[in-house]
Structure formats: structure tokens, C-alpha cells
Design a protein around this ligand. Structure first.
Ligand code: PHE
Ligand code: ZN
Length: 884
């Protein structure tokens, strides 16, 4: 058992509620200091469970009255519950009146104000901070919402569904009535009220229905919504074409808000977005921002089916909607990217992200299965495991049943469960039942271990060629390391998409039919696969397109990796081979405690990639970027962040200087002419040019040359788009160039009124490669900058999370100052916004693998936070798990 004070909620304790709420009629009298909420509910006893009291959730509310069928009833308040003992056995009408205080709501959960407007955030348990309710996803109701507010301050009044009435009231107030015909859980409820403007577009779907699409933002931001609108339309078209899923509402609204805990939220018909995930213009947003916006707009839109029409029975099933919807947005992004090469670039970026964030999570104190077994605070489980590993699990279904089979499975899933709150088991059953006899259906129970076992499986592959028999025997073995609370792991189903190459790089036939690619399905601890008619020792290309979220040890020599890097038909594995070559060098140096020296063969291979006449610039940029420090740390039993940083810096410096002439050529050859568009081809060119520029400025630093820093500064000044401007600025800042300071100053002056750009300004400085403690000192000083505040989550993340979570060498210091900074920030943040505090708290997930003196100092800092008596449940769960 885990020690600690936060009570845990267990998955296996799930019980249906004692009552259902079928209809809700909500009235809001909106006022920032005191909003009055009147809720009239149609309640029905659930005869499937024993009769008991009606227990409603409520937090931070001021209760005014409770009526059942029009008469007052007795009730009591027990912690965060309102308990009514004498509820009738028959259906009844329950009326509750309460107030809440939006302007004091700095946690940004429930009803809050931002920039003078009202917004809500209800997932996961925010609705109970608006009014008393059965705030759980299996209670689905039809909502009618009346909003009343001052007409001049809040001209726009929005809620879910369709506008059914509106008009003037006395005292300069007005009202709007919204009704949502679809029964929904309370976490999908939303309200927005304020002085907003909208970009509008009418569209007709394939099915011939007309819809009104709106993107609401603050006045002045309208020209930054074009990309979001285009992304929304593209998402609609794609979901209908790929999965036959049309928009089911006449009106679909998207709203931007500057203060928001996450990226965005899929409230029915009224998606609410962090402005960072919505607003873009060429002058203020990078290619990466454009790409991220497209995928988040799509993600929230896709939730309308995978999440809203079919929702989760309980929060342990979160990946049912999140893993599936991330998979869908990844597929969408790949289809939008178009060419095979651009698709591969998407895939590589997704995998890089998974390895940088999810793999460490899966091997740290917070390791949990895709479907967790228990939690103290559900907000702590909106994790990269539930989202990104969850998406990989969905991808494996598709790999095992094929694309058509997966589409048939989805169809069956909606046929069975439309309008229901269901579980991950229901999803698995639908995909398997639609594909009887498939390698999924025949191993379903084993496959489902992906939901119950935490940890990243280790896959070992060793091949043996028998020249006499002309066979190649591939032995695959799997093992999943222990994670907190899970000692022994069972074998999982691992689809290994693979091929064999001869040593000149030609693809070999794997069977009599002549296939050059196949899927091996591993479902035991060890299995052997034999290939016939193989004349000479082949090079195996395993786990193509990253067909399973595992760590692969294929024991390949550098020579074999070079064959794959040059010739594999699978672009993902070509990239992977290059990464492995670099990783092997870095790990070797770290383990031997020797300075890192890149081999001439590696440098020549990289030169070959950089100058390759056919490869896409976007691919080149990925191939020439070294593995990240957190991914390198994952490969080591004892982590010395400073040593890793030094090794990566050394590798980068060697790559910069050895390829100097090639970088110059690459920089010059990849200038994009004409107006800015964020398409894959031109963003790939910009990415490679920016990498080249950063290498050249870095090399200038050691060679003392002033030309390239000067060129970077000029480019920074003259840039016509943010990608080039920030790229040039980053080149200067990351190289520690003297021109970095004036450039940063100029950048701030140019964009001082654009919060999202100022976030970039903070983040760039907090993420710069550490040299002699200067980056840490600068970041710490920036907490005193007039533009810095912990109250805005984007700003807090841009500085504090950037430093503590994305800059290991600046954070992990022998004097422990980084940890002291972390503890101070977490504690300060916890008093304002526990969800954000708890995200930042996760910087210490992996303290126990650190080398000394980091380890002891880190533990002490975690203990100091844990010692605070009035910590939020959010942060308490994180620090307790870290110390367990
Ligand atoms: N459900 C949102 C999404 O992924 C994320 C979210 C969770 C937003 C909780 C706010 C609060 O699409
Ligand atoms: Zn989501």
C-alpha cells in the first residue's frame, strides 16, 4: 500500500449512481463578483441499485435553497457533497439555487472571468464548482440554459446547442436561451459571455446539411482566426470522408480565451480554446504553431463523435476518448500533409514527442496504465500516457486489423454505443467483433494488457543467418520493467512491422508470394520467426513506422544501421537508424566517461543526408537533429544531466564544424520565396534553413567568426514571418552570441502587446542551452520581469515549466538552486491554480534515477513541498507518489 493522506478512488469500485438526472434547466444571472445559478432538474431514481440518499457534488458554492417538487426539503452538507435523505422514490423535480464567484476563480475550473469575459471549464469536475449536481460522466442530461447579463459589457451570450430565444431585459441587461438536444454529461457543459467578435462561415456537408461555423475571439484578434476556420472545415470534411461521421449540430462554435489550463476543450457545439491553440498570423505564429492549431482544432472537433456522442462511463476510461481522438487527429494531420514523405515527418514528430515525454512518464514515479486503476485527483491523469500512449494503442488495433477493418470496427462501435457512456472494453470488443479471426480478435485478452500494464516494453531482437539452409531466424523477446505498484508483467501483443534488406540495401522477399514487408505478431515472452530462401546475412528493419510503443534493442552494428539509414523503404526507420547511430556514440561516451567524438562514418552519413538531392528538407531537418536530452536520459540507469548535456553539446559542435560548408549551402538553398504559407513543403525548407543557421552561428562561436551572427541578426530584423524571425533569434540565443541581448530586447519591444509572442520570448530564454549557470540566473531574474505572472497559465509555463521540465542542464545544478526555485514556484502556484502547480510539480518525477549530488537535493526539495499542510489534492498526489 502507498502511504499518504490523499484518499484514492479505485476503478473497480465503480457503481452506477443512485439517481439519474434526465433534464436540466439552468439560469445564470451573470455577475463577476456573484453569479446566481438556478438549476431545475428532472431526477429519476435508478432502480438498478439500492435506494439511498441523493448525494450531489458541489465545491466553492454558496447554497441558497433546495426544493423538491416545489417544497423545501431538509439536507446536509458533508464536505463537498450535498446530501438529501428524503428524496422520493418516484421521479421528481429538484430545484437548487446557489451563487459562485467567477472573478475569484483563479483555478480556472468552473465559471471564471478572463479579460473581462465569462468562460467555463467543466472537464473533469468543474461543473460542481458552478452548481450542485451528479457531476460524473455517466449521468447524461438534456440542457436548456438561460443567460442573463449586462448587454453592453457582455453582448455575446453563448452556451451549448442552438439559440432558441433572446431579447432585452430591464436595467440594460439582456438574455439568451440555448438548448442542446443531445443528452450530455456535465463535463461537456459550457458558457461564454463577453464582448467578443466572430469569424463566420456557412458550410454544406456531403450529407447536404447546412451549418454555421463561428470562431469567437476578442476584438482585434479576428484576422488571426483564418487558419483555425480553415482547419475546422478541413476536419469536418475529413471525418465524413474517412469515418462517415458528419456534424450533428446546426451551429458549431469555437471560442478563444487567454487564461486556460489546457490546450482546448470539446464542449458540445461550443469548443473553448486556449488562444495559443487557436490564433495564428504569419507575423506572430511559427510553422509549428500553425501545425499545432490545425491538429488541436481537429482534435476537439473529432471529439464530437469520439467523446461526446459516445462518452466515458467513468474517468478511468479517459483514454477511450482521448487516445482514440489523438489517434484520429494524428491520422488527419498525416492525410493533410499529403505526400508519403510529409506523412513520415508527421509520424517522426509524434514518436519523438512520445519518447521525450511519455517514455519518461512510464518509467517514473507517476507511471500508470493507459486505463489507470486508481487516482486521488483525476486532473493528474490527463497525461501523455492516457493521450499519446493511448493513441499508439489505437494505432496497434489498426495495424492488427488493417485500415478497412478498423473503419468497420469504428462503425460497429457507433452502432452499438451512440448516446452511451462506455468503457475501453466496449471499444476493444467492437473492433474485435467487426474483425473476427483477425490477429486482434484471436488475442484480445492479451492485447488488452496494453490498458492494464504500465511501463514501456523492451523488445529484443536477434537474427541468425544459416548460409547452408538459406534461412534467417529472428528471435524476438519482450520484457516490461516493473513500475510502482506493478511488479510482474505479462507479455503483451506487439505488432512488429518489418522487412529484410540485403547488405546493399535491396529489399528481400519474405515469403513465396514475394512480399517485402510483413507484420509479425509477438504475443509471448519469446518467439522465433524463420524466413526462407535468404542467401546472405540480411539487415532486419524492425518496428517500421514505429508499429508499437516499445524500446527496441536489435543489436545492429553501425554498418547495419548505415544500410538502413541509406536504403530502408520505411522513412521512419531511415530516420531512426540515424538517431541510433548518434545515440550509440553518445551513450558510449557517457558510459565510458570519455569525451564524445563523432565517427567519420557518422559525419559522412549526415553529410550525405544533408546534401541528398531527393530527400525532403523537413526530413533532413529531423535526421540532422540529435536525440533529445530526456530521451538519452531514458537509456541510462543513473542520470547525470550535466554529463548528458555536455555530450550533446559536443556532438552538436562537431556536427556544426564538420559540415560547415554544407550548412552554408543548405541555408542558401532553402530560402522560401514569395508569401508565407504554412504548407509542409515550405515549412520544411524553413526548418532546415533555421537548423543550418543555428549550426553556423554555433560554429561561429567557437571559430570566432562574426559573419554568421551578423547574418542571423539581419535575418532576425528583416524576417517577414515569425518562423524565420524566431529561428534567427533562437540561433543567436542558443549559441550565446553577443547579439542575442539586443535581439531579445528588440523582439520584446516589437511584440510587447502580443501575449502569445511574449510567451515565446520567455520560453526561448528559459530553454536556452545552459552555459555556466547563466541561463538559470537569467530565467530566475525573469520571474521579476513586469510581464511575468503566475496567474496566466501560458505565461507560467513559458518560464517555469520551460526551465524546470525542458531544460535539464539549467535545472539540475550541483548547488540545488534549481530545486529550490522549483519548490518555491510550485508552492506559490498551488495557492493560485492547483492544476498548473501539479503539472510543474511533475518536473521531479524521475528524481530517484539522478546521480548524486542531484538525487539527495531533489528529494529534499520534494519533501519540502510535501511538508506543506494545506497542499491541494493535485500537488499532494504528485509529491507523495514521488516520495513513495
Ligand atoms: N478534453 C480536453 C481535450 O483533450 C482536454 C482538457 C481536459 C481540457 C481537462 C480541459 C480540462 O481535448
Ligand atoms: Zn481530447
Amino acid at each position: 500500500m502507498r502511504e499518504g493522506t490523499s484518499p484514492l478512488i479505485h476503478r473497480l469500485d465503480y457503481q452506477q449512481p443512485a439517481y439519474w438526472i434526465r433534464k436540466v434547466d439552468l439560469t445564470f444571472d451573470l455577475d463577476p463578483a456573484k453569479t446566481l445559478v438556478t438549476s431545475k432538474m428532472q431526477v429519476e431514481r435508478n432502480r438498478a441499485v439500492p435506494h439511498g440518499p441523493l448525494r450531489l457534488h458541489g465545491e466553492e458554492l454558496n447554497l441558497l435553497r433546495v426544493l423538491i417538487d416545489g417544497s423545501s426539503v431538509s439536507f446536509r452538507q458533508e464536505g463537498h457533497e450535498l446530501v438529501i435523505e428524503g428524496a422520493p422514490d418516484a421521479d421528481f423535480a429538484l430545484e437548487i439555487r446557489n451563487t459562485c464567484c467567477p472573478e475569484k476563480n483563479t483555478a480556472l475550473s468552473g465559471l471564471y472571468t478572463s479579460g473581462g469575459s465569462f468562460f467555463t471549464q467543466c472537464e473533469a469536475e468543474g461543473f460542481r464548482r458552478i452548481t450542485y449536481f451528479l457531476d460524473r460522466p455517466d449521468v447524461m442530461a438534456v440542457y436548456t440554459v438561460t443567460l442573463r447579463a449586462d448587454a453592453s459589457r457582455y453582448p455575446i451570450l453563448l452556451s451549448n446547442g442552438n439559440l432558441t430565444d433572446s431579447g432585452r431585459l430591464d436595467n440594460g441587461r439582456h438574455f439568451a436561451v440555448w438548448s442542446d438536444p443531445f443528452p450530455k454529461p456535465s463535463y461537456l457543459f459550457a458558457v461564454v459571455a463577453g464582448d467578443l467578435v466572430a469569424r463566420e462561415q456557412r458550410v454544406r456537408t456531403r450529407a447536404g446539411k447546412d451549418h454555421l461555423l463561428q470562431v469567437y475571439v476578442r476584438r482585434g484578434d479576428l484576422e488571426k482566426t483564418e487558419h483555425a476556420m480553415n482547419s475546422l472545415i478541413a476536419s469536418m470534411v475529413w471525418d465524413e470522408a474517412r469515418f462517415g461521421l458528419p456534424l450533428d449540430l446546426e451551429r458549431f462554435m469555437v471560442v478563444g480565451v487567454s487564461d486556460f489550463n489546457m490546450g482546448a476543450m470539446e464542449n458540445k457545439g461550443l469548443n473553448i480554446f486556449n488562444t495559443s491553440a487557436l490564433l495564428a498570423s504569419p507575423a506572430t505564429a511559427t510553422d509549428a504553431d500553425f501545425h499545432r492549431i490545425e491538429s488541436i482544432v481537429a482534435h476537439e472537433y473529432f471529439h464530437n463523435w469520439t467523446g461526446n456522442r459516445v462518452t466515458c462511463r467513468d474517468w478511468f476510461q479517459l483514454s477511450l476518448k482521448e487516445g482514440l481522438t489523438v489517434f484520429r487527429d494524428q491520422e488527419f494531420s498525416m492525410d493533410m500533409a499529403g505526400t508519403p514523405s510529409a506523412r513520415a515527418v508527421c509520424r517522426i514528430q509524434d514518436v519523438r514527442q512520445l519518447r521525450a515525454l511519455q517514455f519518461p512518464e512510464d518509467s517514473g514515479a507517476m507511471a500508470h496504465p493507459v486505463r489507470p486503476d486508481s487516482y486521488a485527483e483525476i486532473n493528474n491523469f490527463y497525461t501523455t500516457t492516457v493521450y499519446e500512449k493511448g493513441a499508439e494503442v489505437v494505432r496497434m488495433y489498426q495495424t492488427l486489423v488493417g485500415r478497412k477493418g478498423f473503419e468497420a470496427g469504428m462503425k460497429l462501435y457507433f452502432e452499438r454505443h451512440d448516446g452511451q457512456a462506455v468503457t475501453c472494453d466496449d471499444f476493444a470488443a467492437a473492433i474485435a467483433d467487426a474483425n473476427p479471426g483477425s490477429p486482434l480478435a484471436t488475442r484480445l485478452d492479451t492485447f488488452k494488457r496494453w490498458y492494464s500494464q504500465a511501463g514501456t516494453p523492451r523488445l529484443t531482437a536477434r537474427g541468425e543467418h544459416d548460409a547452408a539452409a538459406r534461412t534467417y531466424t529472428l528471435r524476438l523477446a519482450q520484457h516490461t520493467p516493473a513500475t510502482p505498484g506493478q511488479g510482474d508483467k505479462q507479455p503483451q501483443v506487439i505488432p512488429v512491422v518489418m522487412g529484410l534488406l540485403d547488405r546493399h540495401g535491396a529489399a528481400l522477399a519474405l515469403n513465396a508470394a514475394g512480399d517485402t514487408e510483413t507484420v509479425l505478431v509477438l504475443d509471448q515472452a519469446e518467439q522465433t520467426f524463420v524466413f526462407e530462401n535468404i542467401d546472405s546475412e540480411p539487415v532486419p528493419s524492425l518496428l517500421r513506422d514505429f508499429s508499437a510503443p516499445v524500446v527496441l534493442d536489435d543489436g545492429l552494428s553501425d554498418a547495419a544501421l548505415l544500410v538502413l539509414m541509406r536504403h530502408d523503404s520505411d522513412a521512419f526507420n531511415r530516420w531512426e537508424a540515424g538517431q541510433r547511430l548518434a545515440l550509440n556514440r553518445i551513450l558510449h561516451a557517457l558510459r565510458a566517461g570519455q569525451p564524445l567524438v563523432l565517427s567519420p562514418a557518422f559525419i559522412e552519413a549526415m553529410r550525405g543526408v544533408l546534401n541528398h538531392p531527393e530527400l525532403d528538407p523537413a526530413f533532413k531537418e529531423l535526421a540532422l537533429t540529435l536525440p533529445g536530452e530526456s530521451y538519452i536520459a531514458e537509456q541510462l540507469d543513473v542520470v547525470d544531466p550535466q554529463a548528458i548535456h555536455a555530450a550533446v553539446m559536443a556532438a552538436q559542435a562537431q556536427l556544426a564544424s564538420a559540415l560547415r560548408d554544407d550548412w552554408i549551402a543548405a541555408f542558401e538553398a532553402h530560402q522560401v520565396q514569395g508569401g508565407y504559407t504554412p504548407d509542409p513543403a515550405s515549412s520544411g525548407k524553413r526548418a532546415l534553413a533555421n537548423l543550418a543557421l543555428s549550426m553556423l552561428v554555433l560554429d561561429a562561436r567557437s571559430s570566432g567568426d562574426a559573419v554568421w551572427p551578423g547574418k542571423a541578426y539581419q535575418r532576425f530584423k528583416d524576417a517577414s514571418n515569425m518562423t524565420d524571425r524566431l529561428g534567427a533569434l533562437a540561433a543567436l540565443v542558443n549559441a550565446g552570441a553577443e547579439l542575442a541581448a539586443p535581439a531579445l530586447e528588440r523582439f520584446h519591444a516589437l511584440f510587447k502587446d502580443d501575449a502569445l509572442v511574449i510567451d515565446k520570448w520567455f520560453a526561448l530564454q528559459a530553454r536556452a542551452p545552459e552555459v555556466d549557470g547563466r541561463v538559470f540566473a537569467r530565467a530566475k531574474a525573469l520571474t521579476k520581469h513586469p510581464d511575468f505572472t503566475l496567474r496566466n497559465p501560458n505565461r507560467a509555463r513559458s518560464l517555469v515549466a520551460s526551465l524546470c521540465m525542458f531544460n535539464p542542464a539549467a535545472f539540475h545544478r550541483t548547488d540545488a538552486a534549481g530545486y529550490v526555485f522549483w519548490a518555491d514556484q510550485v508552492l506559490a502556484m498551488d495557492a493560485i491554480n492547483p492544476q498548473i502547480a501539479s503539472r510543474i510539480a511533475r518536473a521531479m518525477d524521475r528524481w530517484s534515477v539522478l546521480a548524486e549530488p542531484y538525487r539527495s537535493a531533489a528529494r529534499e526539495a520534494v519533501a519540502r513541498v510535501a511538508a506543506k499542510p494545506d497542499l491541494s489534492t493535485d500537488v499532494r498526489e504528485i509529491v507523495e507518489r514521488a516520495l513513495a
